[in-house]
Ligand binder design. Structure first.
Ligand code: 6R9
Length: 644
């Protein structure tokens, strides 16, 4: 067992930090005891076109949340225009290409110009306030322009991660009824080309309502052209005026939809609105990263995920920060790339995922140590629990024992960071996300749904609404209520389990539902199962997670073939391809086991608990098997597992 050492806040970090521990305690207490006063002060950090009159109206039973009611604002006015008086020539976005010789710097003035032109181009194509625009892009600055151009005119963006397959893209376009898609000819990652426009063409065969596709020319690769709907991005913006008024939006007008996986059914379109989301992203960015004017900040996420939305685009830009956007991958041209980029652009704050750290750890210290990293001041972690070994390596090797690590727990649904250290305030314990952010009231619930006091373990829930909370599941409000507000009435249910220690620190232990976290990607086991059973040769499939050294969790699929079908390596391969086609290659099973039958209860329910134990090789303690319809099934699965 790895001994967990406490890392106190150093004097030098405390001296230059925004808040120390006392100030954190005071501000936190105030945010809970006097929310009106606290949020009135914090909301003044944004520019409002019209003031709000009511702080919040929320009701967890009905899944209702509204914040800063009556207020009018525009996200891009806050992220761009208001900075022009003081920082027009400051760099807003540093773009680092896949190729280490390619980079670009975009100032706030240039960002204003780019976003306004694109906003005007969207308008010229008939996109209006409230329309949905799908963004399926590589990590190029145009992805940020596209999000911001939508926000400028009040269109709702739905960014779909570029790793999703054409089928997954189609489903998301249809669910949100998008009428416009912004994409690129191809993406470029680790010198490999990703056929984005081709994928869009395939997806759009079933999407008659899409009238426009704007195509960024990234690689000049060969693509098909549909003149009735395709336009080159550069042609569309060229003749447009470089000014476009920022649409005054209601605080509760939708800003974006982002699809995420749950334990059942198809992915949900998580809906976020304008005022509360922006304030949540902006405030957490400022305090958690302890951001100081002029610093260079780099978050390695993809804009296709919530981390990219809140902490590459909206949070940093709302603070007038310089945000770095990286097109490539950590191991191209070699595994020193992250650290080289840090030196090249003099990055001060670096925010990445445990899976990346674990992958780079395998290569040893040399690729890190041949770089300086002297500019680094703060490190961050997000997406999954960080194991203490990876934490210590990140701290000692990457951060040279100098930089605090903020382990930030949050979700697509929470919009912004919920539990995290503040660098000047919180002593660190490797593996713990530590304490709640201002205004956040986490609780641990036992099996009866009762709150656990003091130290203990339970499911993690949130007791009261917070500004950047999910507002709805797009097109299906009942699903919001069923998923988050029904299991434990009166609470927001996170889907995670957690432990609280004697210092009140939270330790997230992982999902308690059927959601996997594979390299930081959230994948519903039900989605993978649905893909597998589409194959004619498959009678039934059950998917569970198992511990994976680099990915955190790997995907373990049990597949029962149709009667008369002989399992084979070729068939296994076909099934993997099918998952790749239905979802994306990141969701392919790591291990596939042919199962003559699955363990079921007498009422026919698959006993996933047992399948999980077999996948994890925890065979000594299978738990209660008395409800099994046929114990022989379990023994045959165990035998097969042992034979692999
Ligand atoms: C931001 C993001 C959310 C799920 C969440 C939890 C896991 C995220 C974590 C963490 C432990 C952390 N998670 N951050 N677990 N420690 N610091 O990742 O959003 O993609 O919606 O995933 O990720 O299980 O419930 P999302």
């Amino acid at each position: 067992m790895f001994a967990i050492e406490r890392h106190p806040v150093s004097d030098s970090v405390r001296a230059q930090a925004l808040v120390n521990n006392e100030q954190y305690q005071q501000l936190y207490q105030r945010s809970i005891n006097d929310p009106d006063g606290f949020w009135r002060e914090q909301a003044a950090s944004l520019d409002w076109f019209a003031p709000w009159h009511t702080l919040t109206e929320s009701n967890f039973q009905e899944g209702q949340a509204a914040w800063f009611i009556g207020g009018k604002l525009n996200v891009t006015h806050n992220c761009i225009d208001r900075h022009l008086a003081t920082r027009a020539d400051q760099v807003a976005i540093i773009w680092e290409g896949d190729d280490p010789h390619e980079s670009a710097h975009i100032t706030y003035r240039q960002l204003h110009d780019k976003v306004c032109r694109l906003a005007n181009a969207l308008k010229a194509r008939g996109v209006e306030k409230g329309h949905r625009v799908c963004i399926y892009m590589p990590m190029v600055p145009e992805a940020a322009y596209a999000m911001l151009a939508c926000a400028r005119i009040g269109a709702i963006h739905s960014v779909v991660f570029g790793g999703f397959s054409p089928d997954a893209l189609r489903d998301r376009i249809l669910d949100a009824d998008c009428t416009c898609v912004i994409t690129a000819d191809e993406g470029l990652r680790g010198a490999k080309r990703i056929p984005l426009k081709n994928n869009v063409d395939q997806a759009l065969k079933d999407c008659p309502n899409v009238h426009t596709t704007l195509v960024v020319q990234r690689t000049e690769g060969d693509i098909a052209w549909h003149a009735e709907r395709d336009i080159w991005y550069h042609d569309a913006v060229r003749a447009m005026p470089s000014n476009c008024p920022a649409e005054p939006m209601d605080s509760e007008d939708p800003l974006f939809i982002l699809y995420t996986s749950g334990s059942t059914g198809t992915p949900k379109g998580v809906l976020h609105t304008t005022g509360g989301y922006l304030l949540g992203a902006s405030l957490t960015f400022k305090y958690v990263f302890d951001y100081k004017d002029g610093e260079i900040y780099w978050c390695t996420a993809d804009v296709g995920w919530i981390t990219g939305h809140s902490y590459i685009v909206y949070g940093p830009l709302a603070n007038g920060a310089t945000t770095l956007m990286f097109e490539g991958v950590p191991n191209y041209p070699d595994t020193s790339r992250f650290w080289q980029v840090i030196d090249k652009h003099q990055v001060n704050i670096f925010y990445t995922a445990p899976t990346a750290i674990r992958a780079l750890m395998r290569d040893g210290e040399a690729p890190v140590k041949k770089t300086s990293r002297a500019s680094l001041r703060l490190l961050g972690s997000v997406g999954e629990p960080i194991n203490p070994e990876a934490w210590e390596w990140y701290y000692h090797v990457v951060g040279d024992t100098r930089c605090p690590i903020v382990d930030t727990w949050w979700q697509t649904e929470t919009g912004a960071i919920m539990i995290s250290p503040l660098p000047g305030a919180t002593d660190l314990k490797p593996g713990s996300a530590t304490r709640p952010f201002f205004g956040v009231q986490p609780v641990l619930l036992d099996e009866q749904g009762q709150e656990i006091d003091g130290a203990g373990s339970g499911v993690l829930a949130i007791k009261a609404s917070w500004p950047s909370q999910i507002r709805s599941v797009y097109g299906d409000h009942q699903r919001l209520i069923d998923t988050y507000f029904s299991a434990y009435p009166g609470y927001y249910f996170t889907g995670d389990g957690a432990r609280r220690d004697e210092d009140g620190y939270y330790w997230i232990t992982g999902r308690v539902d059927d959601v996997l976290n594979v390299s930081g990607h959230r994948i519903g086991t039900a989605e993978v199962e649905s893909a597998l059973v589409l194959h004619d040769a498959v009678a039934e499939a059950a998917v569970v997670g198992y511990p994976h050294d680099v990915k955190g969790q790997g995907i373990y699929a049990y597949v029962t073939p149709m009667a008369g079908i002989e399992p084979s390596a070729a068939l296994e391969d076909e099934l993997r391809q099918l998952v790749s086609k239905e979802i994306g290659s990141f969701a392919k099973p790591d291990l596939l086991q042919w199962a003559p039958a699955l363990p079921k209860t007498r009422s026919g329910k698959i006993m996933r608990r047992i399948l999980r134990k077999i996948a994890c090789n925890e065979l000594d303690n299978l738990g209660d098997t008395s409800t099994l319809a046929d114990e022989g099934v379990v023994n045959s699965l165990i035998d097969a597992r042992h034979n692999r």
